[in-house]
Design a protein around this ligand. Structure first.
Ligand code: SAH
Ligand code: DHB
Ligand code: MG
Length: 225
Protein backbone atom coordinates (compact mmCIF):
# COMPACT_ATOMS: atom_id res chain seq x y z
CA UNK A 1 0.00 0.00 0.00
CA UNK A 2 1.25 3.51 -0.75
CA UNK A 3 1.35 6.30 1.82
CA UNK A 4 -1.34 8.16 -0.14
CA UNK A 5 -3.63 5.14 0.01
CA UNK A 6 -3.23 4.59 3.74
CA UNK A 7 -3.90 8.31 4.27
CA UNK A 8 -7.19 7.95 2.40
CA UNK A 9 -8.14 4.84 4.41
CA UNK A 10 -7.44 6.71 7.65
CA UNK A 11 -9.41 9.76 6.58
CA UNK A 12 -12.40 7.65 5.52
CA UNK A 13 -12.34 5.65 8.77
CA UNK A 14 -12.15 8.88 10.78
CA UNK A 15 -15.13 10.29 8.84
CA UNK A 16 -17.26 7.13 9.09
CA UNK A 17 -16.43 6.48 12.75
CA UNK A 18 -17.12 10.07 13.85
CA UNK A 19 -20.44 10.06 12.00
CA UNK A 20 -21.74 6.54 12.61
CA UNK A 21 -19.79 5.07 15.52
CA UNK A 22 -18.88 7.99 17.77
CA UNK A 23 -17.10 6.99 20.97
CA UNK A 24 -18.54 8.06 24.31
CA UNK A 25 -16.50 8.77 27.44
CA UNK A 26 -16.28 5.09 28.46
CA UNK A 27 -14.80 4.05 25.11
CA UNK A 28 -12.30 6.92 24.85
CA UNK A 29 -11.28 6.34 28.48
CA UNK A 30 -10.81 2.62 27.76
CA UNK A 31 -8.34 3.40 24.97
CA UNK A 32 -6.62 6.15 26.97
CA UNK A 33 -6.01 3.83 29.95
CA UNK A 34 -5.01 0.91 27.68
CA UNK A 35 -2.43 3.20 26.09
CA UNK A 36 -1.21 4.47 29.47
CA UNK A 37 -0.71 0.86 30.59
CA UNK A 38 1.35 0.14 27.48
CA UNK A 39 -1.13 -2.21 25.82
CA UNK A 40 -0.66 -2.59 22.03
CA UNK A 41 -2.95 -0.64 19.67
CA UNK A 42 -4.58 -3.72 18.18
CA UNK A 43 -8.17 -3.11 19.28
CA UNK A 44 -10.86 -2.98 16.62
CA UNK A 45 -11.61 0.43 15.07
CA UNK A 46 -14.78 2.24 16.24
CA UNK A 47 -16.72 1.47 13.05
CA UNK A 48 -15.68 -2.20 13.39
CA UNK A 49 -16.76 -2.23 17.05
CA UNK A 50 -20.13 -0.84 15.97
CA UNK A 51 -20.36 -3.57 13.31
CA UNK A 52 -19.80 -6.22 15.99
CA UNK A 53 -22.47 -4.59 18.15
CA UNK A 54 -24.98 -4.52 15.27
CA UNK A 55 -24.29 -8.16 14.38
CA UNK A 56 -24.81 -9.20 18.01
CA UNK A 57 -28.08 -7.23 18.07
CA UNK A 58 -29.26 -8.80 14.81
CA UNK A 59 -28.52 -12.17 16.46
CA UNK A 60 -30.65 -11.16 19.44
CA UNK A 61 -27.61 -12.29 21.40
CA UNK A 62 -28.09 -12.97 25.12
CA UNK A 63 -24.82 -14.84 25.53
CA UNK A 64 -21.55 -13.75 23.90
CA UNK A 65 -18.15 -15.46 23.98
CA UNK A 66 -14.99 -13.48 23.15
CA UNK A 67 -11.41 -14.70 22.62
CA UNK A 68 -8.86 -11.93 23.32
CA UNK A 69 -10.03 -9.15 25.67
CA UNK A 70 -6.97 -6.84 25.55
CA UNK A 71 -8.22 -3.65 27.31
CA UNK A 72 -11.88 -4.51 26.79
CA UNK A 73 -12.55 -2.13 23.88
CA UNK A 74 -14.32 -4.63 21.59
CA UNK A 75 -15.85 -6.11 24.76
CA UNK A 76 -17.57 -2.79 25.57
CA UNK A 77 -19.06 -2.52 22.05
CA UNK A 78 -20.31 -6.12 22.26
CA UNK A 79 -21.61 -6.06 25.84
CA UNK A 80 -23.72 -3.01 24.96
CA UNK A 81 -25.69 -5.26 22.61
CA UNK A 82 -26.78 -7.45 25.54
CA UNK A 83 -30.09 -7.30 27.43
CA UNK A 84 -30.15 -6.76 31.22
CA UNK A 85 -29.89 -10.50 31.91
CA UNK A 86 -27.24 -11.11 29.21
CA UNK A 87 -23.73 -12.45 29.74
CA UNK A 88 -20.39 -12.01 28.00
CA UNK A 89 -17.43 -14.24 28.83
CA UNK A 90 -14.06 -13.04 27.47
CA UNK A 91 -10.79 -15.02 27.52
CA UNK A 92 -7.52 -13.15 28.07
CA UNK A 93 -4.04 -14.64 28.47
CA UNK A 94 -2.29 -11.63 30.06
CA UNK A 95 -3.12 -10.78 33.69
CA UNK A 96 -2.17 -7.16 33.05
CA UNK A 97 -4.50 -6.84 30.06
CA UNK A 98 -7.34 -8.41 32.04
CA UNK A 99 -6.85 -5.95 34.89
CA UNK A 100 -6.99 -2.96 32.55
CA UNK A 101 -10.07 -4.44 30.89
CA UNK A 102 -11.80 -5.03 34.24
CA UNK A 103 -11.45 -1.36 35.18
CA UNK A 104 -12.58 -0.22 31.73
CA UNK A 105 -15.64 -2.48 31.85
CA UNK A 106 -16.60 -1.42 35.38
CA UNK A 107 -16.32 2.25 34.42
CA UNK A 108 -18.54 1.57 31.39
CA UNK A 109 -21.18 0.18 33.78
CA UNK A 110 -20.87 -3.30 32.24
CA UNK A 111 -19.17 -5.05 35.15
CA UNK A 112 -22.26 -7.08 35.96
CA UNK A 113 -22.62 -8.48 32.45
CA UNK A 114 -18.99 -9.35 31.68
CA UNK A 115 -16.66 -11.98 33.07
CA UNK A 116 -12.98 -11.92 32.00
CA UNK A 117 -11.34 -15.33 32.42
CA UNK A 118 -7.56 -15.06 32.68
CA UNK A 119 -5.20 -17.66 31.17
CA UNK A 120 -4.62 -19.40 27.86
CA UNK A 121 -8.04 -19.82 26.24
CA UNK A 122 -7.33 -23.48 25.47
CA UNK A 123 -7.05 -24.08 29.23
CA UNK A 124 -10.11 -22.02 30.12
CA UNK A 125 -12.33 -23.69 27.51
CA UNK A 126 -12.56 -27.21 29.03
CA UNK A 127 -13.40 -25.62 32.38
CA UNK A 128 -16.15 -23.56 30.79
CA UNK A 129 -17.50 -26.65 29.01
CA UNK A 130 -17.57 -28.55 32.34
CA UNK A 131 -19.92 -25.89 33.69
CA UNK A 132 -22.47 -26.94 31.02
CA UNK A 133 -23.04 -23.33 30.01
CA UNK A 134 -26.16 -22.21 28.22
CA UNK A 135 -25.22 -22.17 24.49
CA UNK A 136 -23.71 -18.96 23.13
CA UNK A 137 -25.43 -16.90 20.41
CA UNK A 138 -22.38 -14.95 19.21
CA UNK A 139 -18.62 -15.60 19.27
CA UNK A 140 -15.85 -13.09 18.50
CA UNK A 141 -12.45 -14.73 17.96
CA UNK A 142 -9.58 -12.22 18.24
CA UNK A 143 -6.75 -13.77 20.31
CA UNK A 144 -3.59 -15.67 19.26
CA UNK A 145 -4.11 -16.40 15.58
CA UNK A 146 -2.13 -19.68 15.69
CA UNK A 147 -5.05 -21.27 17.57
CA UNK A 148 -7.81 -19.94 15.32
CA UNK A 149 -8.84 -23.40 14.07
CA UNK A 150 -9.00 -24.71 17.66
CA UNK A 151 -11.10 -21.72 18.64
CA UNK A 152 -13.58 -22.28 15.81
CA UNK A 153 -13.85 -25.94 16.84
CA UNK A 154 -14.57 -24.92 20.44
CA UNK A 155 -17.04 -22.29 19.28
CA UNK A 156 -18.95 -25.03 17.47
CA UNK A 157 -19.18 -27.02 20.72
CA UNK A 158 -20.44 -24.08 22.74
CA UNK A 159 -22.99 -22.41 20.41
CA UNK A 160 -26.64 -22.92 19.49
CA UNK A 161 -27.94 -23.50 15.97
CA UNK A 162 -28.19 -20.09 14.31
CA UNK A 163 -25.23 -18.68 16.24
CA UNK A 164 -22.75 -16.37 14.51
CA UNK A 165 -18.97 -16.75 14.77
CA UNK A 166 -16.82 -13.75 13.76
CA UNK A 167 -13.08 -14.22 13.21
CA UNK A 168 -10.91 -11.08 13.11
CA UNK A 169 -7.72 -10.44 11.13
CA UNK A 170 -8.13 -13.04 8.40
CA UNK A 171 -6.29 -11.10 5.64
CA UNK A 172 -3.20 -9.55 7.27
CA UNK A 173 -2.32 -7.30 4.30
CA UNK A 174 -2.67 -10.26 1.94
CA UNK A 175 -0.34 -12.66 3.76
CA UNK A 176 -3.27 -15.07 4.17
CA UNK A 177 -2.87 -16.18 0.52
CA UNK A 178 0.61 -17.64 1.21
CA UNK A 179 -0.13 -21.38 1.32
CA UNK A 180 3.50 -22.12 2.24
CA UNK A 181 3.74 -19.57 5.06
CA UNK A 182 5.57 -20.72 8.18
CA UNK A 183 3.98 -17.95 10.27
CA UNK A 184 1.90 -19.81 12.89
CA UNK A 185 -0.75 -17.09 12.78
CA UNK A 186 -1.20 -17.38 9.02
CA UNK A 187 -1.25 -21.18 9.24
CA UNK A 188 -3.79 -21.09 12.08
CA UNK A 189 -6.06 -18.68 10.26
CA UNK A 190 -5.87 -20.62 6.97
CA UNK A 191 -6.76 -23.79 8.90
CA UNK A 192 -9.71 -21.99 10.50
CA UNK A 193 -10.96 -20.77 7.11
CA UNK A 194 -10.59 -24.29 5.66
CA UNK A 195 -12.65 -25.65 8.56
CA UNK A 196 -15.35 -23.03 7.96
CA UNK A 197 -15.33 -23.93 4.25
CA UNK A 198 -15.66 -27.68 4.80
CA UNK A 199 -17.59 -28.17 8.03
CA UNK A 200 -21.15 -29.44 7.48
CA UNK A 201 -22.49 -27.45 10.45
CA UNK A 202 -21.23 -24.12 9.12
CA UNK A 203 -21.95 -21.65 6.34
CA UNK A 204 -19.37 -18.91 6.10
CA UNK A 205 -17.61 -16.23 4.12
CA UNK A 206 -14.88 -13.63 4.54
CA UNK A 207 -14.44 -10.04 3.41
CA UNK A 208 -11.41 -7.75 3.18
CA UNK A 209 -11.37 -4.43 4.98
CA UNK A 210 -9.14 -1.37 4.71
CA UNK A 211 -9.01 1.43 7.23
CA UNK A 212 -7.18 2.79 10.23
CA UNK A 213 -6.11 -0.78 11.06
CA UNK A 214 -4.55 -1.30 7.61
CA UNK A 215 -5.59 -4.01 5.13
CA UNK A 216 -7.25 -6.92 6.92
CA UNK A 217 -10.62 -8.66 7.09
CA UNK A 218 -13.31 -10.59 8.94
CA UNK A 219 -14.67 -14.08 8.46
CA UNK A 220 -18.31 -14.74 9.37
CA UNK A 221 -19.63 -18.22 10.03
CA UNK A 222 -23.21 -19.20 10.83
CA UNK A 223 -23.80 -22.35 12.83
CA UNK A 224 -26.49 -24.30 10.94
CA UNK A 225 -27.40 -27.08 13.40
N1 SAH B 1 -10.53 -7.93 21.00
C1 SAH B 1 -9.63 -6.85 21.40
C2 SAH B 1 -8.24 -7.05 20.86
C3 SAH B 1 -7.60 -8.36 21.29
S1 SAH B 1 -5.85 -8.37 20.96
C4 SAH B 1 -10.20 -5.55 20.84
O1 SAH B 1 -10.51 -5.51 19.65
O2 SAH B 1 -10.32 -4.57 21.61
C5 SAH B 1 -5.49 -10.03 21.29
C6 SAH B 1 -5.50 -10.42 22.78
O3 SAH B 1 -5.44 -11.83 22.85
C7 SAH B 1 -4.30 -9.87 23.57
O4 SAH B 1 -4.72 -9.16 24.70
C8 SAH B 1 -3.55 -11.13 23.96
O5 SAH B 1 -2.93 -11.04 25.23
C9 SAH B 1 -4.65 -12.17 23.98
N2 SAH B 1 -4.19 -13.56 23.84
C10 SAH B 1 -3.06 -13.99 23.24
N3 SAH B 1 -2.94 -15.32 23.36
C11 SAH B 1 -4.02 -15.74 24.06
C12 SAH B 1 -4.48 -17.02 24.53
N4 SAH B 1 -3.79 -18.13 24.30
N5 SAH B 1 -5.63 -17.07 25.21
C13 SAH B 1 -6.35 -15.94 25.45
N6 SAH B 1 -5.96 -14.72 25.04
C14 SAH B 1 -4.83 -14.62 24.36
C1 DHB C 1 -2.82 -8.00 15.84
C2 DHB C 1 -3.85 -8.63 16.52
C3 DHB C 1 -5.15 -8.21 16.33
O1 DHB C 1 -6.19 -8.80 16.96
C4 DHB C 1 -5.43 -7.14 15.49
O2 DHB C 1 -6.71 -6.75 15.34
C5 DHB C 1 -4.40 -6.52 14.81
C6 DHB C 1 -3.10 -6.94 15.00
C7 DHB C 1 -1.43 -8.44 16.03
O3 DHB C 1 -1.20 -9.36 16.83
O4 DHB C 1 -0.55 -7.90 15.40
MG1 MG D 1 -8.12 -8.27 15.99
Amino acid sequence: MSRAESRIWNDVDAYLSALLAPEDEALTAALRDSDAAGLPHINVAPNQGKLLQLLAQVQGARRILEFGTLGGYSTIWLARALPEDGRLISFEYEVRHAEVARRNLDRAGLGRLVEVRVGPALQSLPKLADENPEPFDFVFIDADKANNRNYVEWALKLTRPGALIVLDNVVRAGRITDAGSDDPGIRGTRAALELIASHPRVSGTAVQTVGSKGHDGFALARVLY
